[in-house]
Design a protein around this ligand. Structure first.
Ligand SMILES: [Zn+2]
Length: 408
């Protein structure tokens, strides 16, 4: 096996599923276990300033071996896996010389990954794929990224004849629960810019993401015996209906793509007395994003006039913003990644992220941070897989980025 595969297989065996409920950072102890393993490996391979803080952030530095002053480049991946699907007892399986057909992940439980459902599989005919055994997620999101970064810096340490500037690397906890950047010490990290290795398929390069808000709307009603309710009862679930009716029906995740924004209803709680809607609001364009939030405010104001201010309560907060605004002034960092991909024979796929990454928040914390593919597909579920060749290519891209920066 190649170094990147060895590392990947080792890391996915750590259960690092994050958890929104613990209120801790890292949210789960498994992440700390992996962090300790990474620290050990980084120290053994000879990285400098290897640190692990109490929140589970791993940082390490590879000093420059050239005279010339060049920018400090960072590479970042996250250690946790999504709470959407279990990451316990991951048993990766190799599909060698993949024949392009359906893949039986688990014979006993009859779990099959079908090409009809996942046509992207066809791109990898003849390659080696790493899949799950159908009962867990794989964790290529984002342990493929960790393995790729680890392999790249180890390669540079083992090949001191290759000239490079300073390279800083960071592994973060709790990205999947939106907290990966919370305690990231940008100053300590000390890079001029960085790349997250947290994208999907080969070639992905991303520097735009949603502007994102979370909103909860609470409606209060008045319960009265239904037999005597005339002109007395207020059914909060009916106010919910009125609220919902005023939102455009087609601006939802299942009917939008590319640069289109949406309102996404995450959950409803309802009774006559009390109902609550939970929404996420997304848009790439900042003006359109503000207009979406304003729409929530307007609808709520109208309903307040009708039902009383205290009976319609809107709580809304920004979650993250489109990193494009912070990348645009240093656009050359995207150009470098694009060039690096072409130089190693990968066609760049520049696509907007219909979500956020650690990088979107880090960009606003002063560390511009586009996102590069880590190679995996079908994240957050049992059909997750990663082609070995894509991981190897990601290592090549990291090395090429470092080389291009050292030549600037
Ligand atoms: Zn990820």
């Amino acid at each position: 096996m190649t170094a990147v595969v060895d590392k990947f297989i080792k890391y996915v065996k750590y259960n690092t599923e994050s958890d929104t409920q613990t209120g801790l950072t890292p949210s789960t102890v498994g992440q700390m276990d992996l962090a300790n393993e990474l620290v050990k490996e980084l120290s053994e391979m000879g990285m400098s300033n290897v640190t692990l803080d109490e929140n589970g952030y791993v940082m390490a530095e590879l000093p420059s071996n050239i005279e010339k002053e060049v920018p400090v480049v960072g590479f970042i991946s996250h250690m946790d896996t999504s709470p959407d699907f279990t990451g316990k007892n991951v048993k990766p399986q190799f599909v060698e010389n993949y024949d392009g057909g359906d893949i039986v992940l688990n014979k006993e439980q009859n779990i099959i990954m079908k090409v009809a459902d996942f046509p992207d599989l066809k791109m990898y005919k003849g390659q080696t794929l790493i899949t799950t055994n159908g009962t867990t997620l794989l964790g290529a999101d984002d342990k493929a990224g960790i393995a790729e970064i680890m392999t790249a810096v180890e390669f540079l340490i083992n090949h001191p004849e290759i000239k490079h500037g300073p390279v800083h690397i960071g592994f973060t906890p709790d990205e999947e629960i939106g907290q990966g950047a919370d305690y990231f010490n940008v100053q300590k990290f000390g890079a001029d810019f960085a790349y997250t290795l947290d994208g999907g398929e080969l070639g992905e390069l991303q520097f735009e993401n949603f502007n994102a808000a979370y909103a909860e709307v609470t409606f209060k009603g008045r319960n009265v015996h239904p037999g005597m309710a005339k002109d007395k009862m207020i059914n909060s679930m009916n106010i919910v209906q009125e609220f919902r009716a005023q939102l455009p029906k087609d601006e939802v995740p299942e009917k939008t793509e590319d640069y289109e924004g949406f309102y996404h209803l995450l959950g409803i709680e309802g009774s006559v007395e009390n109902s609550k809607l939970k929404y996420i609001i997304r848009d790439f364009d900042i003006t359109a994003y503000e207009a979406r939030k304003h729409k929530f405010e307007t609808i709520c104001k109208e309903l307040q006039l009708q039902y009383g201010e205290e009976n319609v309560i809107l709580e809304m907060k920004d979650q993250y913003f489109n990193m494009r605004e912070k990348i645009e002034p240093v656009k050359f960092i995207v150009d470098i990644a694009e060039q690096a991909m072409r130089d190693v024979g990968v066609t760049p796929l520049v696509v907007p992220i219909r979500g956020g990454t650690d990088g979107s928040r880090l960009s606003y914390m002063g560390l511009p941070c586009p996102n590069i593919f880590a190679g995996g597909h079908n994240f957050h579920g049992r059909f997750e897989y990663v082609p070995v060749d894509s991981m190897q290519k990601a290592v090549d891209v990291i090395l090429k980025v470092i080389e291009l920066i050292s030549k600037r």
